[in-house]
Design a protein around this ligand. Structure first.
Ligand code: HEC
Length: 466
């Protein structure tokens, strides 16, 4: 248990850094790759059917942009996600690998296929003029790319769905006889896949509309054609993802549904859930206003409307991912593992036997609490159980969260982290002495602005001093 190195991310914290990388990745993977491949396949097909050279050229220019975004930003942030999750929560990745190993492996193969066909489609586009058999072949490359991109999303969505609704998998005997099918066909997989598929297409259409505006400065006829085409796709997708979204929402556990408004804004504004409604309505209006005016009056609508539409879409996507991650709290895998990597089933045992005792990367002399090592033991407890969501001084700073408390009230608060007031926090895990050690450390950093290793490690830690 807890046999991974401890890595603390000062100031920004793990949550923020991960969210930044992951949301950037979603913009690109869903827009430039999954949705982008589908809409560009569609416009290439129309160009072939109508022998429309201009539409063919415009589609190529959009593909060029998507290609750069997918291979540069998409690939880098994708690797970033792997590094982040391995640092933040290796225990959760371990659990997911045990359940999804082969599916993830297949996903990696399919991702390679995706990248090869993207390259092939893009690089052979120009050498396959309209009206030649080579063009029909080039179109098939695009189709393969689109299918492969969608397939990678389907697998990742199954894993994300599993983390929120492990469903019947929890009833199977793990690890001896896990029900892999129940994990894959977890209740939110299909609805969330439908939801993501249609908003990816809509989002890619919004990106394509902005790019089309830029690429058709001297050709308003072509601009009109592009806006009508991508605008129709965008507007047609809205009812579809709303429908799948409602079905998806329906699968969430009640406790997660209860956190929705808080997830949409910050906790300090939670007393005003109407702010979250204003935010959603505002962002949706930005998207609709841009899309409808570009569709209805393509020749007269200024670029700023396309930019507004794009920012509105990014806001909505970012909000969706943020809320989805927030409402899963206090779990990383619902009902199975807490956000800080402690398995729910292990809590009673660890409360009795001690948490630090099982922490392989904590030096042995801090694995049981004594009056001399108390502060340092408390620091390890903080790092292992709280730094997933808190920093000492930066974002969601623990120091400001405990202002005005003394050691005793901190001790009491730690005993009720998972109370109805803060249901998004996992309970503290460990013995009474460990809870005292954490309270002592938190009280120490509350009073002292700067941590001194000397204070934390008193004279009795010979191994550590080496
Ligand atoms: C899953 C994420 C998560 C973990 C893990 C977590 N917290 Fe929190 N904690 C939060 C959030 C979110 C808030 C609310 C911040 C705000 O008010 O905006 C919070 C608030 C708090 C507060 C203030 C509570 C109040 O009533 O205002 C305290 C104290 C606190 N955390 C202590 C801890 C301690 C100690 C640990 C480790 C044992 C811990 N937290 C672990 C997410 C977490």
């Amino acid at each position: 248990m807890f046999d991974y190195p401890i890595f603390e991310m000062p100031l920004l914290g793990h949550r923020f850094l991960f969210a930044f990388d992951a949301i950037l990745h979603v913009f690109i993977s869903h827009g430039a790759a999954v949705g982008g491949s589908i809409i560009l396949m569609l416009s290439q097909w129309l160009a072939i059917r109508n022998n429309d050279r201009k539409l063919d050229e415009l589609s190529y220019k959009i593909l060029f942009t998507f290609f750069i975004l997918a291979t540069a930003v998409g690939a880098l942030t994708g690797i970033g996600i792997w590094i982040h999750i391995n640092i933040i929560n290796p225990a959760a990745i371990g659990a997911l690998l045990r359940v999804f190993f082969w599916k993830w492996f297949i996903e990696w193969i399919v991702f390679n296929v995706e990248m090869i066909f993207l390259l092939w489609w893009f690089l052979s586009w120009k050498s396959a003029p309209l009206g030649t058999p080579a063009k029909a072949k080039n179109f098939k490359l695009g189709m393969t790319y689109a299918i492969a991109s969608w397939f990678t999303m389907a697998i990742i969505t199954a894993i994300l769905g599993f983390m929120m609704t492990p469903g019947n998998w929890l009833k199977s005997y793990f690890p001896a006889e896990p029900d892999y099918l129940a994990a894959l066909f977890n209740p939110s997989w299909i609805p969330s896949l439908g939801f993501r598929t249609f908003w990816s297409i809509a989002w890619a259409s919004a990106m394509a509309m902005l790019l089309s505006w830029l690429f058709t400065r001297n050709d308003t006829e072509l601009r009109q054609k592009a806006m009508r085409l991508y605008g129709t796709v965008l507007l047609a997708c809205i009812p579809l993802f709303c429908l799948f979204g409602a079905w998806y929402y329906d699968q969430f556990p009640q406790a997660a549904k209860d956190l929705f408004w808080m997830g949409a804004i910050t906790r300090r504004l939670a007393a005003h859930p109407e702010y979250a409604t204003y935010l959603m309505v505002g962002l949706s209006s930005m998207v609709l206003a841009g899309a409808v005016s570009l569709y209805a009056k393509p020749k007269r609508t200024p670029l700023v409307m396309a930019v507004i539409m794009l920012f509105g879409s990014m806001g909505l996507i970012g909000e969706f991912e943020r809320v989805r991650e927030f409402v899963r709290k206090p779990y990383i895998i619902y009902d199975y593992m807490y956000a800080n990597g402690v398995r729910v089933a292990d809590v009673p045992y660890l409360n009795k036997d001690g948490y630090l005792k099982h922490a392989a990367f904590v030096p042995p002399e801090f694995r049981s609490v004594t009056p001399d090592n108390k502060l340092m033991a408390g620091k390890y407890l903080y790092q292992m159980q709280c730094r997933y969501c808190h920093t000492v001084n930066g974002i969601n700073a623990i120091r400001t969260r405990i202002q005005g408390m003394d050691e005793q009230s901190i001790f009491i608060r730690i005993g009720a982290l998972n109370s109805p007031a803060t249901p998004f926090m996992p309970p503290f895990t460990g013995t009474e002495e460990e809870r005292h050690a954490l309270a002592a450390y938190l009280d120490y950093i509350r009073v002292n602005k700067v941590e001194s290793e000397d204070d934390l490690v008193k004279s009795s830690a010979p191994v550590y001093a080496h």
